[in-house]
Ligand binder design. Structure first.
Ligand SMILES: Cc1ncc(COP(=O)(O)O)c(C=O)c1O
Length: 420
């Protein structure tokens, strides 16, 4: 859905008491999140008394660890409630510095680190700071929906390259080479990814690095936010570590939301060349200024504190992944690869297209299929087309096992009720 119709026709019609709102041209073609729309439709059904299971959320169902909450509470009590340094306190930046050294073997100076209100703000700031009209950003479909809209808001052009099924929905280096033009500014890499759960190992990153080394004008944004959710003993690797020659044009983004279940605290960070970090600070200085002082104290506690909780939660997510993937692959018409990481499964519904619902509607797309599942079977999932790849649907496994088991039963019943 486009929230602005065109530059000529204002989005909201005038009434005698309500003057027309003319929205900015930059909002044209920016989608209101389909995920939020599905959430609202599910809430409406729930208000009618229906027991809808929502598998749309991109946030862990676990709670923020107690020791992190306590650090936040102490920060309030001790009066750490004022403005802080614009892009993060020294204390937090030092904790981030330690994290990069400990977990990724990467050394960064404090001036090479920025902190924002979520990884999302950091990515948005990056595009605002670096894109001119028409500059291109390459992203791999299926991609996190916000990438494309954040590029558009910054007047850039998203260049979508489909991940190859044969490569587990990862980017083929030859496709990357093909997509690069003189206007390319960034390649977005998200490993493990939302929504496909596709992770890049050493060899895959090496092959992409070889392409990037041939194109020195292209920078890399490595979104590592699902770093701690990798399964089956896979090792996490990130580009700045694999190819030091790319470090001077790589921004490594991470955050507290997914690993430490801190979505509401709004805290994300990145490390990269100091000129870029300084440019990001300029954008942040004229929007939100510093991220919450209290969240920063809690964030430092999370990064420096005991990390065993990460492994416990990783195991729980891996178990849920297996439960969902196995159940989906039992359903005729549904096909699902086993994701290497993150807390989503991304399944093909190609096999149910063309079938008819009991009330006579033909399922023509993944959007139709997801609507049918919600309206007739009380399960809310998100169509793949939202992430730039159809016909698929995304299930978030960030919900209890009991709910997932019930949801899989409903899904199987829903598909069985479709007629060829
Ligand atoms: C791939 C990816 N990157 C970044 C984010 C942003 O996370 P936050 O802004 O909460 O740090 C998300 C959240 O869903 C995501 O899925």
């Amino acid at each position: 859905m486009s929230i602005a119709s065109s530059a000529e026709a204002p989005a909201v019609a005038a009434t005698p008491s309500q003057p027309a709102l003319k929205t900015a041209r930059r909002l044209e073609h920016i989608a209101v999140s389909e995920i939020l729309r599905i959430g609202a439709a599910a809430a409406r059904l729930r208000a009618q008394g229906r027991d809808v299971i929502v598998l749309g959320a991109g946030e862990p169902d676990f709670d923020t660890p107690d020791f992190v909450k306590e650090a936040g509470i102490r920060a309030i009590r001790e009066g750490q409630t004022k403005y802080t340094a614009l892009d993060g306190t020294v204390a937090l930046k030092q904790a981030i510095q330690r994290k990069f050294a400990r977990e990724n073997g990467l050394d960064f100076a404090l001036e090479e680190i920025t902190v924002g209100a979520g990884a999302k703000q950091v990515i948005h700031n990056t595009f605002m700071a670096t894109l001119d009209e028409g500059d291109e950003v390459i992203m791999v479909a299926p991609y996190w929906t916000s990438y494309a809209d954040m590029v558009r808001i910054a007047d850039g052009v998203p260049v979508v390259v489909p991940g190859r099924e044969a490569l587990g929905l990862r980017l083929d280096p030859a496709d990357l080479e093909q997509a690069i033009t003189p206007r390319t500014r960034w390649l977005m890499l998200n490993s493990p990814s939302n929504p496909a759960g596709a992770a890049y190992g050493r060899d895959e990153l090496r092959a992409l690095a070889d392409v990037l080394l041939r194109h020195p004008h292209v920078w890399l944004l490595s979104d590592d936010i699902y770093e701690h959710l990798l399964y089956d003993g896979r090792e996490f690797v990130t580009m700045a570590q694999i190819e030091p020659r790319l470090k001077s044009r790589t921004l490594t983004v991470n955050g507290l939301s997914k690993a430490y279940a801190m979505t509401g605290w709004r805290l994300g960070y990145a490390a990269g060349p100091r000129e870029l970090i300084a440019a990001i600070a300029v954008v942040q200085s004229q929007s939100t200024s510093n991220p919450s002082s209290i969240s920063q104290v809690a964030g430092a506690a999370a990064l420096d504190g005991p990390q065993d909780i990460l492994e416990e939660r990783r195991q729980a997510f891996q178990h849920r992944r297996d439960l969902v993937v196995d159940a989906l692959n039992e359903i005729p018409g549904i096909r699902c690869r086993r994701p290497e990481g993150a807390f989503y499964t991304f399944a093909s519904c190609e096999g149910v297209l063309g079938r008819r619902t009991p009330d006579g509607h033909v399922i023509e797309s993944d959007v139709d299929f997801c609507r049918y599942l919600l309206e007739a079977h009380d399960v809310a999932v998100v169509p793949g087309s939202v992430f730039g790849l159809a016909p698929y649907f995304r299930i978030s496994t960030a919900t209890s096992e009991a709910q997932l088991v019930t949801a899989m039963r409903r899904l199987a019943r829903g598909v069985a009720a479709l007629q060829a």
